[in-house]
Design a protein around this ligand. Structure first.
Ligand SMILES: [Zn+2]
Ligand SMILES: [Zn+2]
Length: 422
């Protein structure tokens, strides 16, 4: 890289120090006003206003609350930067001065507490910051910047909702799709890897049908309780007997419901299960095994009709394109000190970020930004007490603002600049 480019890159970030106090208050405001999946109306409004003020063409309401900005700045690549906006039905217990005490009505009509327990408020603030910096320094880069704020990552619905609402038809196909997530890790440290970053996640509902009868007359029934119980046990053999030691998968039955009274044999049992895999081939085999076992157990019981298997949600594998991740990694290493750029292991968490790149046919890169106080993190590591650091989704999850906030903005700018440099 020549010196002139170095200067240009520095120029985009030159205004960051001045912007940080404002971003910090934006973050605290978002944190204390969290919104559930597909209800991100206030957040979307704030984001749209900021993008408009910075000079972006703004489209709102994509996939219900999604917001897309476009800043066309001459010939050059199109780079999509993605942030998710939703919070979780969790009661905040961080004790922070800007903690949330919000409640909302969930999809089932229940009133629930709401908290940004996954750090998506940080993601939104990072992207607002990066979008702002690029808009202020248009002579330092060429191309099109496309910030995408998506709803409902936590329910695996948001990315798909934006795609179904014409994202791919209404906006230019990006040359790269970039995204980041705050996680447990020393604040200010970035980590990523080539290939699989987060697992694929599939949730299924299975309805198994029997024939109801009086509890005293089992001969008149086809008991779905026994049918489902046998199925749950047999499902455990998929991972233990059908998956090689070198492969990985998780099959968890998280819900099993049948009947309401001890002397009534019900006519239906409902199983809800969750599958995590790190390889498309393994995923196909596990899903096929589930179907085979469920159908065979129903038949073994003499079920009056075939079980109903319904997908509840699906997270694709998040896979980093090897060339694109190398480009981002090189840019990170040039900008950050070497100890702040680390290699991540694949994680069994799931993300719908993967849908954008995979379905658009564009290379994508996803990385993690540590959000834990470095002193606390080091101490926990030394004492083998990593389990005591609150993870994402924990009521005490609270990224430290500094330097997490600054690092995420810098990372987005530096990564996008790996394509947009003049
Ligand atoms: Zn989450
Ligand atoms: Zn998340």
């Amino acid at each position: 890289m020549n010196e002139e480019r170095q200067t240009h890159r520095a120029n985009v970030l030159a205004n960051l120090d001045g912007l940080l106090p404002e971003l910090e208050s934006a973050y605290k405001d978002l944190h204390s006003h969290p919104e559930l999946s597909m209800q991100e109306n206030r957040t979307a409004r704030i984001v749209a206003d900021r993008l408009r003020a910075a000079g972006y063409e703004v489209t709102t309401g994509i996939g219900k609350t999604g917001v897309v900005g476009l800043l066309r700045n001459g010939n050059g690549p199109t780079i999509m930067l993605r942030a998710d906006m939703d919070a979780l039905p969790v009661k905040e217990a961080t004790g922070l001065s800007y903690a949330s005490s919000a409640t909302a009505t969930d999809a089932e009509g229940k009133t629930v507490p709401v908290m940004h327990a996954c750090g998506h408020d940080m993601h939104v603030t990072w992207l607002i910051g990066a979008a702002d910096l690029f808009a202020r320094t248009r002579d330092a880069w060429r191309g099109t910047l496309m910030p995408v704020f998506q709803p409902a990552e936590e329910t695996a619905a948001g990315a798909q909702a934006m795609i179904d609402d014409g994202l791919f038809k209404r906006f230019p196909k990006p040359d790269a799709v970039l995204g980041q997530h705050v996680m447990v890790g020393s604040s200010g440290v970035l980590s990523s890897r080539a290939g699989v970053v987060t697992s694929a996640g599939d949730s299924l509902q299975i309805r198994m049908f029997g024939r109801g009868a009086h509890g005293s007359m089992p001969q008149a029934s086809i008991d779905p309780v026994v049918m489902a119980a046998a199925t749950v046990l047999r499902l455990q053999t998929i991972v233990s007997r059908e998956i090689a030691a070198t492969e990985a998968a998780v099959v968890t039955v998280g819900s099993l419901q049948a009947g309401a009274k001890e002397n009534v044999i019900p006519d239906v049992a409902i199983i809800k299960l969750n599958v995590r895999t790190f390889d498309d081939g393994v995923r196909k085999r596990v899903l096929a095994a589930i179907e085979r076992i469920v159908n065979a157990e129903a038949e073994a019981s003499g079920a009056p009709k075939k079980p109903e298997i319904t997908p509840l949600d699906r997270y694709r594998l998040v896979k980093n394109d090897p060339d694109a991740v190398r480009r981002v990694d090189d840019a990170f290493r040039k900008y950050f000190s070497a100890d702040r750029v680390q290699k991540a292991e694949p994680t069994s968490a799931s993300e719908d970020f993967g849908s954008f790149g995979a379905e658009w046919g564009a290379p994508s890169v996803f990385w993690f930004v540590g959000g834990t106080d470095p002193g606390l993190y080091e101490k926990a590591q030394k004492e083998g007490k990593m389990g005591e650091i609150p993870t994402n989704h924990n009521p005490r999850f609270a990224p430290v603002i500094h330097p997490t906030l600054q690092t995420g903005v810098e990372a987005l700018v530096v990564a996008a600049q790996a394509w947009l440099s003049t």
